[in-house]
Design a protein around this ligand. Sequence first.
Ligand SMILES: *Cc1c(COP(=O)(O)O)cnc(C)c1O
Length: 437
Amino acid sequence: MSNSDWLDRTRTALWHPCTQMKQLEAMPPLPIARGEGPWLIDYDGRRYLDAVSSWWVNLFGHAEPRINAAIVDQLSRIEHVILAGCTHAPVVELSERLASLTGLGHAFYASDGASATEIALKMSFHYWRNSGQPDKTGFVSLKNGYHGETLGALSVTDVALFKDTYAPLLRNSHQAMSPDWRLAEPGESAETYALRAAADLEVWLVDHADTTAAVIVEPLVQGAAGMAMHHPAYLARLREVCDRHDVHLIADEIAVGFGRTGTMFACEQAAARVADIADFICLSKGITGGYLPLSAVLTRDEIYAAFYDDRTARGFLHSHSYTGNPLACRAALAVLDIFAQDDVIARNRTKSARFTEMLAELRGHPRVRHFRQAGMIWAFDVADAAPGFAADFHRRALDLGVFIRPIGNTVYFMPPYCIGEAEMTQLNEATLTLLDT
Ligand SMILES: *Cc1c(COP(=O)(O)O)cnc(C)c1O
């Protein structure tokens, strides 16, 4: 089978995500036959550098032997079992390890990021209800924030293109000032601006804390907003604000968790442990190295204790069929092993500093604005981007062997951590070429 066979069939048989299907006629999807490290290979044998880690999920490259082996081993034991009334080693071990990494615990599992958001929102609301404060039903999120696209998650998401059509189905929530440093006044530092954004949120909470359950944020990087970055001081200050007003803080680390911003979890750049910042952490995407759908929400003992009761209805009765899937948990355990075996966080620190140096010419390019970097994420905005810039850049990048998907006029690199210098050079050179033509 060649590329073109799959193209015809996918158009008829599928409804692709985040896609106006009519546009597939002009911009066909890439039929991918296999993957190798940071490379995607199509049915005609062409190779493309996966500069977006297959939508931010892949950490160690495609077909990573150790993750492959863990899944194969688990396949011969138990592929899946109901988690209501049963338990198993992979889910217990993963929960213990995530707890020791974050300082939060009692991991609750689902399959996608959006489901983790739903779980955190429901848990927060239900905690207040169990604690005699049933009026705390509201949520605060940030302008341009993204937390997924199921109805509850979409309610706290602020991306007009995804949200406006469904507005009549959604619950109101408040969107607070974004700490994105691009919005700072001239001469204002990223830190000062971040603290001003936190103060602005506090002003709102002064009047609304009685009816607010939680604030949900994407720590350090608002991904779908176009890799908008903020100073870690925002998170530490927000923790204080939430404490003063008795409101939960939900850290949506679905995109930034597992080393993406340079620390295991983004919250660790604001405090020693995730638990010093967040009451809930949502994890997904990189959790299985980009292999299998899995998400988790971890929380505090005090929050868990408010559900622990003789009355069934005080419990958290949420469920998904594949909750705690053993294959996915084994992939996640293999990912944590790789972090330890390969000293990934320290190695990425060297690598990201080196790559940032390599991007100096790009950073100084006359069309590049707001060049920014956090760990293994690089982004910049393109001046005078014409309408249709993102699709056009994406298409032309494919001709240069690079799979890259700008968001609006923001070009970003979010490669698998296994990317090497030669590949980063190709990405850099392709980008420079595309900006000049
Ligand atoms: C991707 C993402 C989600 C949603 O995860 P899905 O698995 O796509 O449902 C939620 N929050 C953030 C920050 C994300 O990047």
